[in-house]
Design a protein around this ligand. Structure first.
Ligand SMILES: Nc1ncnc2c1ncn2[C@@H]1O[C@H](COP(=O)(O)OS(=O)(=O)O)[C@@H](OP(=O)(O)O)[C@H]1O
Ligand SMILES: Nc1ncnc2c1ncn2[C@@H]1O[C@H](COP(=O)(O)OP(=O)(O)O)[C@@H](O)[C@H]1O
Length: 342
């Protein structure tokens, strides 16, 4: 009898799918006596004394179902292409099975939508069957020839870019103590972006706590929920090529890492920019614009970051800003330069 229930990541689900489809030998390494579910809570597998038993693979199309579709269409062993189309499509056959290796991504990831869109755009007039497959583009778990054979395909060509496609969308997350200067620098950054003709969505801290995170307090669980929600919204914006700017305290490294993962899963590597506004506690406390530090010192506010609650200094920030040596405008321009790739 399984004791625990665990949600699998997209990468673990792909691993499980490869195993269930017989694409790779050996079972994924999963904890014993556990039920495993996907992001929607569907029970996908169980480990018990008898080993791993796969119940359902909800997201990926099995090679059997793809072969059945090809047979229905009367496509015997169609030519197969793995990955993106070639620059010159003139030599491609009229019918093509396209396999997109997109293991580890969300079902609505840009790797899939952009991959399919590029084919639709380039291969106009051809009949295509496009199938996302649970194989890693950059470091495939099996040779393309074997992969294609599993899906019932004939001659194979490939053009796989190991870098996942990106939408160009980004999310900038400022992190730091209360009073560090996050909101002030974020506002200046937004002004500079607008002046430069960019569109930007500012997930303002007060508005987030009034709407998106209404009712949440400052316990670890509530802060984690708040920061993950911000990360999720920022990811949706970045996924469609937008730019999101947010400035929560985000005191916990693991939760910031969750936000990074959410954004990078949707908008590709490098799309999440963490900016540590590293103003020391003494300086924030001396500023005490809202009088919160004084109240926290008097014990009137419990769990106050830096006083009676932790702040885990980032070790993975793309930028670290010292507001004692950098003005508001200079700090905002540092972030702008990073976004521009300079
Ligand atoms: N206990 C406690 N600890 C820290 N901060 C507190 C607390 N209670 C209220 N405030 C006010 O809430 C603002 C921080 O909210 P965040 O949403 O950024 O926090 S978190 O990321 O969820 O940790 C923070 O605003 P900023 O000064 O803009 O950072 C504070 O004004
Ligand atoms: N170099 C600087 N960068 C940012 N803020 C600064 C700087 N120097 C002084 N400040 C002041 O520090 C305060 C920071 O407040 P705020 O931006 O609300 O911080 P946070 O959003 O991190 O809580 C503001 O009053 C701002 O004018």
């Amino acid at each position: 009898m399984a004791q625990n229930r665990m949600r699998l990541t997209h990468a673990q689900l792909a691993d499980l799918a490869r195993h269930a489809f017989g694409l790779t030998p050996g079972a994924p390494d999963l904890p014993a006596d556990t039920e495993f579910e996907d992001a929607e809570g569907v029970l996908v597998a169980v480990t018990s004394g008898d080993g791993l038993s796969v119940r359902e693979i909800p997201r990926w199309r099995s090679p059997d179902s793809v072969r059945a579709e090809l047979a229905r269409r009367g496509w015997a062993q169609p030519a197969t292409w793995v990955g993106q189309p070639p620059d010159d499509v003139s030599g491609l056959p009229d019918r093509l099975l396209v396999l997109l290796p997109v293991a580890g991504t969300a079902p609505d990831s840009v790797a899939i939508s952009l991959g399919a869109a590029v084919w639709a755009d380039r291969a106009v007039g051809r009949e295509l069957v496009i199938v996302p497959v649970p194989v890693t583009a950059g470091d495939p778990e099996l040779p393309w020839l074997e992969l294609a054979a599993a899906y019932g395909a004939g001659p194979v060509a490939s053009h796989v870019d190991p870098r996942p496609p990106t939408t160009g969308g980004r999310a900038v997350m400022f992190t730091g103590l209360s009073g560090a200067g996050k909101s002030t620098i974020a506002s200046r950054l937004v002004e500079l972006l607008l002046e430069g003709g960019h569109t930007v969505t500012l997930l303002d801290g007060d508005e987030v706590r009034t709407h998106l995170s209404a009712g949440l307090g400052f316990s670890k669980a509530d802060r984690d929920t708040n920061v993950r929600r911000i990360g999720w919204v920022a990811a949706q914006i970045a996924k469609h090529g937008g730019l999101a700017v947010c400035a929560p305290i985000a005191p916990y490294a693991a939760t910031r890492a969750d936000a990074r993962r959410l954004v990078e899963e949707q908008a590709g590597p490098g799309s999440f920019v963490l900016v540590h506004v590293a103003t020391p506690l003494e300086e924030c406390e001396a500023r005490d614009r809202k009088g919160l530090y004084a109240r926290a010192r008097r014990g009137e506010i419990a769990e106050f970051t830096g006083i009676s609650d932790p702040y885990e200094e980032p070790t993975d920030a793309e930028l670290t800003i010292d507001t004692r040596s950098s003005s508001v405008d200079e700090s905002a321009r540092l972030v702008l330069a990073h976004l521009a790739g300079g």
